[in-house]
Design a protein around this ligand. Structure first.
Ligand code: 13P
Length: 340
């Protein structure tokens, strides 16, 4: 367990966060479609190679979450992409869930699958170089949702996954995402997020998961994206911190937020505000963003190798801004900085 505690602590090193680059082929297909790139295995490989070889990014990024396809792919020169991550001084992570599927008996709700055979897959991922893992549970807010059945089934699966990760030498990232979709208020998001986090930590306790070797990847407490009343930066940061102080034990070394469809600069501003507000913060608060880090580079790249360097500069910029936010030193002036 000592090695896992050390890995968790490296992942939450000051001013560093994670690059989530673990989109399933279907999800990245939607992102590629938005910029007119065909969703082929070779395009996914080239895109990820471009992201992972961004010079200097390890100053802001401690680890990268890869998809099963990516951890088995090689760069154009034959080097496994996982070795490129390690070579740059970052830690290799792997998404191990098999996606959120309809929960029988609970219309409109999802439960994440992938526990069957997970022990064997974890052993293989460790051999491929992974030192941490991710499992995402999805909770939808709507009238009458989420149901206790959905919250408890997802919490139980997260805890069984986390226990298996620790048994097999990987740090579990426990990700219960309360979706931004809907017209719900920030107060309703708070209530649901609090209940979900509470259920998750009760399940982790039941399954003897060592919190010192566990990282949490929650959604922020936000107004629903179709709510007429949108909470401001300080309100979001205050509500999110209040919720997590109530539910996430101080033994957890770090909370690495997902961006969840927020505009990229809002995700940065919210994280920065949480790191500057008064009051206790027993854990490191940082980022594990996919969209909020990748939107700008993807939009720049658009599948054109000639634009790879500009796309890398765009990724470098967002990573640097989020790194500043992880220590409460982000200002909008940073957005105007240019990079070599
Ligand atoms: P977003 O930051 O785009 O929400 O993705 C984070 C993630 O890894 C979802 O599982």
């Amino acid at each position: 367990m000592r090695e896992l505690v050390a890995t968790a602590s490296s992942l939450v090193a000051p001013g560093k966060g994670l690059l989530a680059a673990d989109e399933s082929p279907a999800t990245i297909g939607r992102r590629f479609a938005s910029v007119g790139v065909e969703n082929t295995e070779e395009h996914r490989r080239a895109y990820r190679q471009m992201l992972l070889t961004t010079k200097g990014i390890a100053a802001f990024i401690s680890g990268v979450i890869l998809h099963d396809e990516t951890i088995r792919q090689n760069a154009a020169d034959g080097t496994p992409l996982a070795r490129l991550v390690e070579g740059a001084g970052m830690i290799v992570g792997i998404k191990v869930d098999e996606g959120a599927k309809p929960l029988a008996g609970s219309p409109g709700e999802l439960v994440t699958e992938g526990l069957d055979g997970l022990r064997t897959r974890l052993v293989a991922y460790r051999q491929l170089g992974a030192r941490f893992a991710k499992w995402r549970a999805v909770i939808q807010i709507a009238p009458g949702l989420p149901t206790p059945a959905c919250v408890l089934a997802n919490a139980e699966a997260l805890a069984r996954y986390a226990a298996l990760c620790q048994e097999n030498g990987l740090v579990p990232i426990v990700e219960p995402e309360v979706l931004i979709d809907g017209d719900h208020t920030i107060e309703r998001c708070f209530e649901v997020t609090e209940a979900v986090q509470h259920a998750v930590f009760a399940a982790l306790y039941r399954h003897h998961v060592e919190l010192e070797a566990t990282l949490v990847k929650p959604s922020m407490v936000l107004s629903g994206n179709r709510c007429a009343q949108q909470a401001g930066v300080t309100e979001v940061a205050t509500a999110t911190l209040r919720c997590l102080r109530r539910t996430v034990p101080a033994a957890v070394p770090g909370i690495l937020f997902l961006s969840g469809g927020q505009p990229a600069q809002a995700a940065t501003a919210h994280l920065n505000a949480m790191n500057t507000l008064p009051g206790p913060r027993p854990w490191t608060l940082s980022f594990s963003y996919s969209r909020a880090l990748q939107e700008a580079p993807l939009e720049t790249w658009k599948g054109d190798a000639a634009r790879a360097a500009a796309a890398q500069t765009a990724l470098y910029h967002r990573a640097k801004c989020n790194s500043a936010a992880a220590t409460g030193r982000y200002t909008t002036a940073l957005e105007g900085e240019s990079h070599p």
